[in-house]
Design a protein around this ligand. Structure first.
Ligand code: PBG
Length: 330
């Protein structure tokens, strides 16, 4: 080797204490959000086949589950609702007695300190499975952006009224952050933050979720409102718009195939950044682990640390509870 003194990179890797002392990225349970699915019924914990260890809970079971997560130290949950009935405008989403609204009230009793975030979208509530109101336009079925905004705003206000601590619009309609912000403010919820799915890609990694949320589109796909996986500059434009419209936290989704987008967003914008490690990312690792092909715990810690290192401040992950447990053991 030329040059003296020789730079010895290994010096700081000798012991775990030393490694910990100079570690650049930490994975702490305080940064994790657990997604949960709630459906009508009583005493139900219906397993989701493509997402081992995840369930569709009835409201009573969900409230218990959330209390358990609270005890484990998981700070936040993100709720997705499967309504009793679906129609073409997803009207059940705005019902003050709807499934999410019931869940919010039940959780308040079992886990009053839990930070409860609600997904705001129409796809779980529409009979066609699209994220907005569908209309015919020149012989083609398309989502009507502006009509959808009113419904999203109504849904967000209804969630806030039922006790949501934060709302998370995932529909990708243009202008929805502004519409929701205006509606929340007008209804007396000026202090309710918005976490916006700002750069949400039209990803094949959502497959298991659509089974879990019973929200697969009946026709077409979501590529005319979700982003093209080939684009990253566009993600920065989406994020900039959402910040302008009043988003408090912005999100990149999925995570693993979009680490470059997370990094660029973190470098560009000084707002809290969330990454959603989605259902397909979970299912892929889980399936390999179930076959004994991967060490689940090690892979998960590596993946989530990688997402944090890329620049995510917080991570939405179906492993939140497992990570909380694992971190307690070490
Ligand atoms: C609803 C929504 C989706 C996800 C979160 N919110 C599905 C979709 O857009 O098709 C996916 C989450 C996951 O895969 O874990 N719009």
């Amino acid at each position: 080797m030329s040059g003296f003194p020789v730079r010895r990179m290994r010096r700081l890797r000798a012991t775990e204490r030393l490694r910990a002392l100079v570690r650049e990225t930490t994975l702490d349970v305080s940064r994790l959000v657990m997604p949960l699915f709630v459906r009508p019924g009583k005493k139900l914990r219906r397993p989701i086949p493509s997402m081992t260890g995840n369930f569709q809970f009835s409201v009573d079971e969900l409230a218990k589950e959330v209390a358990g997560l609270d005890a484990l130290g998981v700070p936040a949950v993100l709720l997705f609702g499967i309504p009793e009935t679906k129609d073409d405008t997803g009207s059940a989403s705005c019902d003050d007695a709807g499934i999410i609204q019931q869940a919010l009230r039940a959780i308040r009793k079992t886990a009053p300190d839990m930070l409860v975030i609600t997904d705001v979208c129409l796809c779980e509530y529409t009979d066609h499975g699209h994220c907005g109101v569908v209309v015919e336009c020149r012989g083609r079925k398309v989502v009507d952006n502006d009509r959808t905004l009113e419904l999203l705003a109504k849904q967000a206000v209804s969630h806030a009224r039922a006790g949501a601590d934060m709302v998370a619009p995932s529909d990708m309609m243009d202008g929805r952050v502004a519409a929701i912000r205006r509606a929340l403010d007008a209804a007396g919820f000026a202090d309710t933050p918005i976490m916006s799915y700002a750069a949400k890609y039209a990803s094949a990694f959502y497959g298991p979720f659509r089974e879990a949320a019973e929200s697969a589109p009946r026709f077409g796909d979501r590529r005319d409102y979700q982003m093209d996986p080939a684009n990253a500059d566009e993600a920065l434009r989406e994020i900039a718009l959402d910040i302008d419209e009043g988003a408090d936290i912005v999100m990149v989704k999925p995570a693993l195939a979009y680490l470059d987008v997370i990094r660029r967003a973190k470098d560009r914008f000084a707002v809290p950044l969330a990454a959603y490690s989605v259902s397909g990312e979970f299912a892929a690792v889980k399936a390999a682990a179930e076959r004994g092909w991967l060490d689940e715990r090690k892979v998960v810690m590596e993946v989530l640390t990688g997402i944090r290192r890329a620049g995510a401040d917080l991570i939405i992950t179906y492993w939140a509870a497992d990570v909380a447990r694992w971190l307690k053991e070490t």
